[in-house]
Design a protein. Structure first.
Length: 405
């Protein structure tokens, strides 16, 4: 092979350094990489990834589990290892060298990598912006110094970065691309393996005896500790009022499943009550329900994209709340309300989140058919605004950056 051919071959190869944090980042990034690999067979991607990215064709030098830590205590315990890993990644990406860096989630970890690589002249991108629109907006200045381009999932986020000079692109939310709006409830129940009678369980038929609820107490152990007893107390009171009611509880992980099993065993006093615990399958449980009771988080957006009316609750330790509350920028905490810029659904926070208040909110919502219809319309508008083929939009931005190298 001639020297000219070697140079041409080396020049033709394009390289992306990628660090994805958590399983959600693995899934989002994998969809983007599939688009890029399909368009460019000379592309190589390596770094930190999980099974979805590996299946898409990325060379995962470090497994994503290395970054999947929960809570400050766990991060502090693993801090020496994390700092060592970050140094190794930076050195490896520079020596390789990569044409650009893409971080997905894990902002505290990824922004430090990006800042170092950007100072070396490598274009740095990040997918999934931190929630500066909810609290600590001053973070935007550090983000702007660390990155060249930020890819955002929500349409209102770009305005927060306008005065920083950072390039941003709204790419839509991948969850909206993957979900069918307002799926059939009976089909969802049958998919979960539940025995249903279509003549009794057809939703919104006016039958008070057959209401289905999805309880979503959180995805972390500390959230379960705050919300599980409240939600089980609500379920038992609603079962007393409406004896045919069914309550579906998806557990986010094996550890959460065991934790919820313990709460159910200790706090559910009537064995005949239809409280059903599932391993995962949150989307199916939401789709199977008539109403959702959720701890504030991404599951609230998921419920809205599935067209299900909900009541949002959230509790945290009092000291944490007193510290965070003054830094909160929005009057809302739930994503459906933030996206609508109004209280579409009730939010019961801290001391407001009592059994009676939750029951009253659920019952009022159920009894008002016009309200439920308006919620469905509002949720569909959110669904349409977020359904933008996120993976293709992200891939287009990255392809443009690679072409300019």
């Amino acid at each position: 092979m001639q020297i000219e051919e070697l140079v041409t071959k080396a020049h033709a190869e394009r390289r992306i350094a990628l660090v994805a944090g958590e399983s959600s980042g693995d899934q989002i990034a994998a969809a983007v990489m599939k688009k890029l690999f399909h368009a460019d067979n000379a592309l190589t991607v390596r770094g930190v990834g999980g099974p979805a990215l590996a299946a898409a064709g990325m060379q995962c030098d470090v497994d994503i589990s290395a970054l999947s830590l929960r809570g400050y205590a766990e991060v502090i315990r693993h801090l020496p290892r994390l700092l060592r890993l970050r140094r190794q990644l930076i050195r490896g990406f520079i020596d390789w060298p990569a044409d650009l860096f893409l971080g997905v989630d894990a902002p505290d970890f990824n922004f430090e990598i990006a800042a170092t690589l950007k100072a070396r002249g490598m274009p740095c991108f990040h997918l999934v912006g931190p929630s500066i629109w909810a609290w600590r907006p001053e973070r935007k200045w550090k983000i702007a110094r660390s990155l060249d381009h930020l890819l955002l999932l929500f349409p209102f986020e770009e305005a927060f970065y306008r005065d920083t000079g950072l390039a941003t692109s709204y790419v839509g939310h991948p969850m909206a691309d993957q979900i069918s709006f307002d799926p059939d409830r009976l089909e969802a129940r049958q998919a979960l393996g539940l025995q249903v009678r279509p003549d009794l369980d057809r939703c919104f038929s006016g039958s008070e005896a057959n209401r289905w609820f999805c309880l979503l107490p959180g995805s972390r152990s500390d959230e379960i500790a705050q919300h599980a007893v409240l939600m089980l107390d609500v379920a038992q009171e609603l079962s007393r009022r409406h004896p045919g009611s069914t309550f579906l509880i998806p557990a986010a992980s094996p550890g959460i499943f065991a934790q919820l099993q313990g709460f159910i065993k200790r706090h559910v006093h009537v064995a005949s009550q239809r409280i059903m615990l599932f391993r995962g399958q949150a989307q199916a449980c939401i789709a199977a329900s008539d109403q959702v009771l959720a701890a504030s988080g991404t599951v609230c957006l998921e419920a809205a994209l599935l067209g299900r009316p909900m009541v949002i609750v959230y509790r945290m330790p009092a000291l944490s709340y007193r510290w965070m509350r003054p830094q909160q920028l929005q009057p809302w905490v739930g994503l459906p309300n933030i996206l609508a810029k109004k209280f579409l659904v009730p939010e019961l926070i801290q001391a407001q989140a009592t059994k009676q208040a939750v029951i009253d909110a659920l019952e009022a919502q159920w009894d008002d058919q016009a309200l439920r219809a308006s919620l469905r319309d509002a949720f569909f508008a959110i669904y349409q605004s977020l359904r933008c083929d996120c993976a293709s939009r992200c891939a287009a931005v990255l392809q443009s950056a690679l072409a300019s190298r």
